[in-house]
Unconditional design. Structure first.
Length: 472
């Protein structure tokens, strides 16, 4: 405790020391702390606060310390409370008394704020790579099996047929938004707090801008009180991570249903499945289930961090030590979840015939049939009523699809309508055939020919754009 114990007569109670130390968690910041310290040493030299020889000794010592951290040769001392005090003590043991000059013009308050921004910046880079890998896996699956037809649902009930590729690309869109949110958070956090001191600013003429540039920051924070106590960037990144986990959880939920034999749409590879300790027949999509479950922890991390900072006065408070356990764990969870979901998607087997069969159930082409009537001049509400009657008739007669209805059923439905245009259509030559074609899965898909729709040409174009975006 000698780094700060000058005014204290007694050492800390063991219970207090155990309760307040954070080295078990913030050792994660070691490389970032060393990077910040090297930049700070150079800043001290520029300000004339250390000599060139002292700066060289300090930097050489920090570089050797970094090598030991990377090589796993560092033993953390719990008695030294946190990563900052551990590293400074180790440095002083290596370079001698000059190590005591390292902390000139710096507080652990602006130090940890800098370290955490550096760490978060690196974490965002890893997460972006993981998101891109999952997007590529989804796009590859869309290219491989995307022309399969999937029963699109609302209210978990059959709604309209969609191409499987269209469904997969919906998740690519979600993931792209996740990338955008993380990139936006990175842009906002990329300002250096170093030089803010404990709260009032450093008491020396430090060139904060040059030091910030050396660390890859876009600039410096504008207010020392805010800089040392700001954890908005943690909340923003956690918010983006929580939403990304929600997106993964939604897809995981679908995988668990689709892989059930009653659906039979997909088969999860053995390498991404587990069995039962009791039931020899079981094959469970456990990774998907765990992604779904662990999303709760990431959401909880966001909530707990918001609660942590909601009542903190300016400036730094020790409460902020508690931002790291949940933050580090949440981003590690997202990183691992992205990896396992990418692997699951890469090895997923699709049952094309079962998907196609299911896409025809529930009279999913009814909307396309109504649209076909509207294109022939029938008001939509009248068309909706006519097709609803056809659905009821098909259901009563045991027909699986509207396309299986006989010609007279189409003509009778039109002729019995209150709408004059519909009654006139009933007597047009070939109307039953035209409506039957519209009521096929292929006709339904083709009719959704708008930007963002599931028409095959539109989906192919969207797939090409997604590939180009990832390769750029």
């Amino acid at each position: 405790m000698r780094l700060w114990g000058g005014r204290f007569g007694d050492g800390p109670d063991a219970r207090m020391a155990d309760f307040t130390r954070s080295i078990e968690v913030d050792a994660e910041l070691a490389l970032d702390d060393i990077a910040g310290s090297i930049a700070h040493v150079r800043g001290l030299a520029r300000a004339g606060l250390v000599t060139a020889e002292e700066a060289l000794a300090l930097e050489d010592g920090l570089v050797s310390l970094r090598e030991d951290v990377v090589g796993g040769r560092v033993a953390w001392d719990p008695a030294l409370e946190d990563v900052h005090m551990n590293l400074e003590t180790m440095l002083t043991e290596r370079v001698g008394a000059v190590g005591g000059k390292l902390h000139t013009g710096r507080s652990r308050n602006d130090q940890v704020a800098t370290d955490l921004r550096l760490w978060t910046r690196r974490a965002i880079g890893r997460l972006d790579e993981g998101i891109v890998a999952l997007e590529r896996a989804l796009i590859d699956l869309a290219e491989r099996d995307g022309d399969t037809v999937l029963p699109g649902t609302t209210h978990i009930q059959p709604a309209q047929p969609v191409l499987f590729a269209h469904h997969l690309l919906a998740y690519v869109e979600m993931l792209e938004r996740d990338r955008g949110r993380l990139a936006d958070a990175r842009r906002r956090l990329n300002l250096s707090p170093l030089g803010s001191g404990a709260l009032a600013g450093a008491g020396y003429p430090l060139d904060r801008e040059t030091t910030a540039a050396e660390l890859g920051f876009d600039g410096v924070t504008a207010n020392s009180l805010d800089a040392t106590s700001d954890r908005d960037f943690v909340v923003e990144v956690l918010s983006a991570a929580a939403l990304a986990m929600v997106h993964l959880s939604r897809f995981a939920e679908e995988i668990t249903w689709w892989s059930n034999p009653r659906f039979g749409f997909v088969r999860v590879a053995d390498a991404f499945s587990t069995g039962s300790s009791m039931m020899p027949n079981k094959k469970n999509p456990d990774p998907a289930e765990l992604v779904r479950g662990r999303s709760a922890g990431v959401i909880g991390a966001l909530t707990s961090t918001l609660a942590l900072i909601k009542g903190l006065p300016l400036a730094y408070q020790r409460d902020l030590q508690e931002d790291k356990p949940a933050f580090f764990a949440a981003l590690a969870t997202l990183d691992a979840s992205l990896g396992v979901m990418a692997g699951l998607v890469e090895t997923l087997a699709v049952n094309r015939s079962r998907m196609q069969e299911a896409a025809e159930e529930g009279y999913t082409t009814a909307t396309a049939l109504a649209d076909a009537l509207v294109r022939r001049g029938v008001p939509f509400r009248a068309a909706h009523h006519i097709v609803g009657g056809l659905v009821g008739g098909a259901e009563a007669e045991g027909k699986r699809t509207l396309a299986q209805l006989p010609d007279e059923a189409f003509r009778a439905a039109l002729d019995g309508s209150d709408d004059a245009t519909a009654r006139r259509l009933a007597h047009e030559k070939g109307i039953a055939h035209a409506l039957r074609e519209a009521a096929t899965v292929e006709g339904s898909l083709a009719s959704a020919d708008v930007t963002g729709g599931t028409a095959p040409a539109r989906v192919a174009a969207a797939l090409a754009r997604a590939k180009a975006r990832l390769s750029a």
